[in-house]
Design a protein around this ligand. Structure first.
Ligand code: ATP
Ligand code: MG
Ligand code: FE
Length: 338
């Protein structure tokens, strides 16, 4: 099975060809970070226009690099949602055109299912498993009883973890996207500003990061009012320690409660060294198998979309060519039918 996959949900234009949901034959990513940096965040209109500029060329490139011909393709997969509607639309129109031109079925794919299935590109997933999804727009604990079955057991009630990272980064003076900067200075700092943990109700798998973000802003304001310099590293370290401790505890508790065989870390914030290290150490101690995608599959890419779409392809679950972008597509509803 050869799937041509397209991802344009946010600020990365990405095209990939994936064999059997596991083997990446080509994987092209064009990031718009440099463009959006000037605005301090992703500007939807600009993102759409940038996708339009590069998508056709990238489809060609990805096919060429894969070494297979369009005739050999089994399906064309594309991110249907969630994401920026205008950005999604560009990938969807391109994928539909390719599907029609090559006479192949279309598979509308869930972006977060993609982040989860990024793990399948380098490992064998064993079910039941728990996925800890940490990205720019999502923070979720997902139970998967079997392939392509998604059950949301916890989610953020306010900010996503990546969003919180970016806001804290901006407050301590780093450019967009600030997550990696916070990660770096958190490691370099010897000092730490202790910040609160948002555990919520004892049995809850939900998350909350807006209180923590406010606590960071308070520390910064108070420091400035005293006329002292803001210790960016100490704040970053305190923030990261709070975030990581809560994420790790809840993920481990979910692993026990659902007797899951593997813990899958995924999403852009899975690139966070503090989180990777803490999870790795904790899982080792608890005898839990942890899967973490390599860096290039943590942030947005199209190979992960090809991996997720494979579960649908195996079951012949295709998407109609009049499919529409769905910025609010619900992960559970995207589960396989059989
Ligand atoms: P979603 O997948 O929810 O739609 P997205 O696709 O915008 O959101 P990703 O591209 O998966 O999100 O991840 C981007 C986010 O990851 C940004 O918020 C960025 O700051 C964060 N991030 C990347 N690297 C790190 C890091 N090392 N530490 C913390 N955050 C990081
Ligand atoms: Mg992105
Ligand atoms: Fe993403």
């Amino acid at each position: 099975c050869y799937i041509l996959a397209v991802e344009t949900s946010c600020d990365e234009t990405a095209v990939s060809v994936v064999k059997n949901g596991t083997e990446v034959l080509s994987n092209l990513i064009s990031s718009q970070i440099e463009t959006h940096k000037a605005f301090g965040g992703v500007v939807p209109e600009v993102a759409s226009r940038k996708h339009v500029e590069s998508i056709t060329y990238m489809l060609d490139e990805a096919m060429q690099a894969s070494g297979i011909t369009p005739r050999e393709l089994s399906a064309v997969a594309v991110t249907q949602g969630p994401g920026l509607v205008g950005a999604l639309l560009v990938g969807i129109v391109a994928a539909k055109s390719a599907a029609m031109a090559f006479g192949k079925p279309l598979i509308g794919t869930h972006h977060i299912a993609g982040h989860i299935y990024a793990n399948q590109l380098e490992h064998d997933i064993v079910y039941p498993c728990i996925a800890l999804v940490v990205s720019g727009g999502h923070t979720e604990l997902v139970l998967m009883e079997s392939e392509g079955q998604f059950q949301l057991i916890g989610r953020t009630r306010d900010d996503a973890v990546g969003e919180a990272y970016d806001k804290v980064a901006r407050a301590i003076g780093f450019p967009y996207p600030g997550g990696p900067h916070v990660d770096r200075v958190a490691h370099e700092s010897e000092e730490v500003v202790t910040l609160p943990r948002a555990w919520l109700e004892p049995d809850s798998y939900d998350f909350s990061f807006s209180g923590l973000k406010s606590a960071v802003l308070n520390v910064i304001n108070q420091t400035k009012m005293r006329g002292e310099t803001v210790q960016a590293g100490a704040i970053a370290r305190g923030f990261q320690e709070s975030v990581v401790e809560v994420l790790v505890e809840k993920a481990i508790r979910a692993m026990r409660e659902y007797r899951a065989k593997q813990l899958l870390l995924c999403g852009g914030v899975a690139a966070n060294q503090g989180l990777r290290t803490a999870l790795r150490e904790r899982c080792e101690r608890e005898g839990i198998e942890l899967l973490v995608p390599s860096m290039k599959y943590c942030t947005d890419n199209a190979a992960m979309i090809g991996a997720a779409a494979y579960a649908k392809w195996k079951r012949g679950e295709f998407t109609s060519l009049d499919m529409k972008a769905d910025p609010g597509l619900y992960l559970e509803e995207w589960s396989v039918q059989s």
